[in-house]
Design a protein around this ligand. Structure first.
Ligand code: NCD
Length: 294
């Protein structure tokens, strides 16, 4: 079994993963020793794109369950000598790891890995396509803090066009009963999505999720002046004041402070769930690894 997209998970599996993550989260906070259910398993972390949170989170999750996480460094690998993705996958597969966690700039690259290797493949972000474990950790974080997902209004704002996080969340959260509002600068919105302004999306929202402008994926720079993005499209105190009472703020990271989010809001201990998302990320990835390997 692989974890390549939200669509590949049944409702029952999604519910089980979120519930299991809450238990693992509590065990970790109370320093309960986790059962080493993945003793002697080997997890390859194969990141062809930069990552801080996702890569370290999968490695931590593997270690907490007793598995060994081994990192592949694309910059120091034979990819630099021209090896194809298929040959790299076959080579890594021949070492017989139990799971391979793949991040790649091309949509569908983890699925190409999964076609070649026997190991369970987890998509850790492919191009602009999907990032299913991020959406699962976002759902688990909302569940933890607000006690429910059903009936919530979730604004996802920013560079929707390039965001695999938005795409996976737009599939997952409505299945859990949330209403999703997507908004951003017109040039960063995919076609066929009703055009909402960021202000309209945030007004009355229970959850405000901000996204980074993925300038590395832009063909033409936005050409915005310093401070302009925040004023026009970012999360400012004025915009947050129009959200529902008790609204929480999320961001998958990495943040560009002062661009998509006001720095003080990002650090607000009452409203910002950004650190909680990271902590929950480890628990969710433990639950995913257990589901695939235990
Ligand atoms: C995101 C990603 O890589 O998709 N980060 C993450 O995994 N938490 C979002 C981004 O790069 O902006």
């Amino acid at each position: 079994m692989d974890l390549l997209s939200i669509d590949s998970l049944s409702d029952a599996r999604i519910a089980a993963l979120i519930d299991r993550a809450q238990i693992l989260f509590d065990d970790d906070r109370s320093a309960t020793k986790p059962v080493k259910s993945l003793d002697r398993k080997i997890v390859f972390n194969v990141f062809f794109e930069n990552s801080t949170r996702t890569a370290m989170s999968f490695a931590t999750a593997a270690h907490r369950l007793g598995a060994s996480a081994i990192s592949f460094s694309a910059d120091h690998s034979s990819v630099k000598k021209g090896e194809s993705l298929e040959d790299t996958a076959a080579t890594l597969g021949a070492m017989r790891p139990d799971a391979i966690v793949v991040r790649h700039r091309d949509n569908g690259a983890p699925a190409r890995f999964a076609d070649i290797v026997d190991a369970a493949v987890i998509n850790a972000g492919d191009g602009t396509n999907e990032h299913p474990t991020q959406a699962l950790l976002d759902a688990a974080t909302i569940q933890r803090r607000l006690g429910r997902i059903e009936g919530l209004k979730v604004a996802i704002c920013g560079d929707i066009r390039h965001s695999r996080v938005a795409r996976s969340n737009a599939k997952l959260l409505p299945r859990l009963g949330a209403e999703i509002r997507l908004a951003g600068p017109p040039e960063l919105m995919p076609e066929g999505i009703p055009q909402l302004s960021v202000g309209e999306a945030i007004a009355g929202a229970d959850v405000v999720m901000m996204l980074r402008v993925q300038r590395e994926r832009l063909e033409d720079d936005l050409g915005d002046a310093p401070g302009e993005y925040l004023a026009r499209y970012g999360l400012t105190a004025d915009r947050l004041a129009t959200a529902a009472p008790g609204a929480v703020v999320m961001h998958p990271g990495p943040m560009n402070r002062g661009v998509e989010i006001d720095s003080a809001i990002a650090d607000d201990p009452e409203r910002s769930l950004i650190r909680l998302q990271v902590e929950m990320g480890v628990a969710v990835r433990m639950a995913c690894l257990e589901m695939l390997l235990a």
